[in-house]
Ligand binder design. Sequence first.
Ligand code: PMP
Length: 309
Amino acid sequence: AKQLAEYIWFNGKIVPWKEATVHVMTHAIHYGSSVFEGIRAYNTPDKGTCVFRLNEHNRRLFDSAKIYRMTIPYSLEEINQATVDIIRENNLKSAYIRPIAFYGDIGMGLQVPFGTETEVTIAAFEWGAYLGEEALKNGVDAGISSWNRLAANTMPTGAKAGGNYLSSQLISMEARRHGYGEGIALDRNGFISEGAGENIFIIRNGVVSTTPKTAAILPGITRDTVITLLKEMGYEIREENIAREAMYLADEVFMCGTAAEVTPVRSVDGIQVGSGSRGPITKQVQDMFFGLFNGSTPDKWNWLTPVYK
Ligand code: PMP
């Protein structure tokens, strides 16, 4: 793989990027048997480089593993420490961090032998705005996908598992093919679910709505952050089913995720949303969100974990 940093944390050791390799018979490659996280660290003025919501992310990693009955042979505290260590070891100021636990070269059987432990690696590297700087400012054109998000009784979308990302790839490939910046899926009931890698918010008449956890979403940590920040600003938030046309009729739409951060949506299916550019409440949310990292939003919630101290 393209070398993105000097070192990777691999099964308890820090190894050079090029040495962090697995065998082609790795179970996860064949069957998608991995759970992972995407975390960001930001360079803050007061506390230097800080990991954002470290414990919540790695807790979700263990939650995802629990759903699939996977045994991660480290504690949450060890993984939290390793996450900080690998940023420091690579001397990064800001970073995208990718912890992943997966079944390795454990044989060809689909069924995992009882007691099998996962392998774990954590990569950290520099990564800019996922949908582009331009998108953060002016918004993306999104399209509703012809692919539905996984139905609740097929595969659990609440687990951040490798296999789920085949669904995300179909959604985003189709979107790009039709010239959209990102794709949004409906759930099996026909309501808005989520983007390929982002949760969705819509705003009309000052009321903010987001999809409920029952709408086949990954309950995003950025979603939770945004809900908290909006409440702090005094907005009412509804977690409710959102019909496709509600996106067309919204004054503002935005999507959010660790990679995408808070990105405005300026059109859906080619229909202009509101004024067709970033809306005022979306801008407020962005300012408060990025304010956590530039010092203008006080970190009341203890969301920042310093890397260098
Ligand atoms: N939904 C999906 C499918 C995702 O991959 C992500 C990114 N992890 C999100 C939502 C947003 O989650 P978070 O804010 O925790 O990154």
